[in-house]
Ligand binder design. Structure first.
Ligand code: C2E
Ligand code: MG
Ligand code: MG
Ligand code: MG
Length: 289
């Protein structure tokens, strides 16, 4: 209990969801949902939205993160529930492969429109236990494209460090950068993380949210950014919702941001006009066009 009490609110919520979903993982409703998910993956009912990553030094959008959606459904489960379900039912393999294929197909359309942007896809620890996952990714990314990044949460990296380490190394060797997602939401330290092959650290939004009025969070974020830089990582802050937070992150030399201040995740259809319009972040007089 005391252990739980130290967790961030988001981590607590995640644990609660985990316990609830595990109370009866094979309830009739869950099995029905899983079979509907399988059908949706096969029949093109799933969708992706994209959230831009904005570089504070380059003053421009340098990449996108793909996030899964189930648009045809009247009451879709939230992405975290969906991913939990997929992990428990073996559907995470086809789901992740669908996401990678779709993200790369969308990337080709963006290239054709003049936006050669790197796309990040979230993967699950289970994917790293698929023996052919690295070779699948290598095959998918052959040829010219502006790059695929794989995001894996800090917690997922810790669940099976040995197999994670091997698969991640193979992916990095194949030129696929790894980003450590939700950093600061679990219990790992940078001294452990630094042994993993990765290029980018994404600081969890739970730490970013209160940075403007919590001195502790400011210190933690500052220390994380400084240490990560010393270890050679790029640092991106998630969940940046207002200008004051952006100002703090600038002053702490954070490399890049993501969050509602810049943009909510968008469909490809909405993304292209958004990119064409060019964005102006408060405090930066540079237009991206
Ligand atoms: P994540 O990878 O850390 O993605 C960031 C989440 O925060 C997204 O929620 C995004 O919509 C949300 N977000 C972005 N900016 C802000 C902000 O300024 N404020 C707030 N409050 N939220 C913001 P989403 O799309 O619901 O995804 C939740 C999580 O589900 C993701 O966290 C990721 O772990 C997982 N997920 C989503 N799509 C996929 C997928 O295709 N595969 C896998 N394996 N996991 C996925
Ligand atoms: Mg992510
Ligand atoms: Mg995250
Ligand atoms: Mg998250």
């Amino acid at each position: 209990r005391a252990f739980i009490a130290q967790e961030s609110e988001e981590a607590q919520r995640r644990h609660l969801a985990f316990y609830q979903s595990h109370r009866d993982p094979y309830s009739k409703e869950r099995l029905t949902l899983a079979s509907e998910l399988r059908t949706a993956l096969d029949s093109g009912e799933m969708g992706l939205v994209f959230q831009p990553k904005y570089s504070l030094s380059e003053h421009q959008v340098t990449g996108l993160e793909a996030l899964i959606r189930w648009p045809g459904r009247s009451d879709p489960p939230d992405p975290e529930t969906l991913i939990n379900l997929a992990e428990e039912t073996g559907l995470i393999q086809p789901l992740t492969r669908w996401v990678i294929r779709e993200a790369l197909a969308c990337q080709s359309r963006l290239v054709a429109d003049g936006f050669p942007l790197n796309i990040a896809v979230n993967i699950s620890a289970n994917n790293l236990r698929e023996p052919d996952f690295p070779s699948f990714v290598r095959k998918m990314t052959q040829g010219n494209h502006p790059g695929l990044t794989l995001e894996l949460t800090e917690t997922a990296m810790m669940t099976d460090p040995t197999s994670a380490m091997e698969a991640l190394r193979e992916l990095e060797d194949a030129g696929i950068p790894i980003a450590i997602d939700d950093f600061g939401s679990g219990y790992s330290s940078l001294s452990y993380i630094k042994r993993l092959p990765a290029r980018e650290i994404k600081i969890d939004k739970a730490l970013i949210t209160d940075i403007t009025h919590h001195g502790d969070d400011q210190l933690i974020v500052k220390a994380t950014i400084d240490m990560a830089h010393n270890l050679g990582y790029q640092v991106i802050a998630e969940g940046v919702e207002d200008e004051a937070t952006l100002d703090w992150l600038r002053s702490l030399n954070c490399d890049a941001i993501q969050g509602y201040l810049l943009s909510h995740p968008m469909t490809l259809e909405d993304l292209v006009p958004w990119l064409n319009h060019g964005i102006q972040l408060p405090g930066s007089n540079n237009l991206h066009a």
